[in-house]
Ligand binder design. Structure first.
Ligand SMILES: [Zn+2]
Length: 239
């Protein structure tokens, strides 16, 4: 049941299951490199299993706080969107006004009011500005295509984290494997015990939060980006 999710802490080899007396399942290092003493350290499945279930309880975070931060994230996003729409509007207006300036310049040149050198110079300036503004406009339109979906997804992950321990405890071995594959990244076994249980994002963030985090802790945790409020943002897309 747990094979594939755990690695030997000492040598980094995979952990394998062994059935003893036709009913007890034990896990130990496969000793793939031939020099690991953990091959003879047999860890009982029940022990490891209850360790995992207990650890999953740490993913619980006050639902009230999750809801508060969720609302704040939505409001913040609405503000950001207002700002981005405003910025896009400004850039598009500037692009429009360049067209007007160009046509006026052409008129001035045609009527002979400026010489050709000045005309070419001014035309070049307008062209350069147009390139810059077009780039800005494109940039504003491609950033984070669906931020609302990300927020909904993280909110759902919080809920899943909150119920994970309970779901795990009552799950069938097959369901347990599904829960583990959706939540663990890698874990390590040493001397018949799990010594390091690692979760995938965003569960790893939840695991590190106190059960009753403050508003700021919830927003700031892992935050390396001024616009990103981890665990509400991901560098990798979720599925
Ligand atoms: Zn080993």
């Amino acid at each position: 049941m747990l094979s594939g999710f755990i690695t030997c802490q000492k040598c980094g080899c995979a952990i394998t299951a062994e059935i003893k007396k036709q009913k007890y399942i034990y896990y130990h290092c496969t000793n793939g490199r031939g020099n690991c003493d953990q091959k003879s350290q047999n860890a009982k499945e029940e022990v490891i299993d209850s360790y995992i279930a207990k650890d999953m309880e740490e993913l619980y975070i006050s639902q009230k706080m999750v809801d508060i931060v969720y609302k704040a994230k939505l409001e913040e996003l609405a503000d950001l969107e207002t700002y981005e729409n405003h910025a896009l509007n400004t850039v598009q207006k500037a692009l429009e006004s360049l067209k007007t300036r160009r046509s006026r310049l052409v008129d001035t040149f045609t009527t002979g009011d400026i010489d050709e050198a000045l005309y070419r110079h001014k035309l070049q300036t307008i062209d350069n500005e147009e390139v810059t503004l077009t780039k800005q406009s494109e940039q504003l339109q491609i950033e984070n295509p669906n931020p609302y979906a990300t927020i909904e997804l993280v909110y759902n992950r919080f809920k899943q984290g909150n119920t994970m321990a309970e779901r795990y405890k009552t799950a069938s071995p097959e369901q347990k494997r599904i829960i583990l594959s959706e939540s663990l990244s890698n874990s390590f076994l040493l001397n018949r015990n799990i010594v390091d249980l690692q979760y995938q994002k965003p569960y790893s963030d939840f695991r590190n939060l106190p059960k009753k985090p403050s508003f700021l802790e919830m927003r700031r945790r892992g935050d390396s980006n001024s616009r990103g409020l981890s665990p509400w943002r991901f560098s990798r897309p979720l599925h």
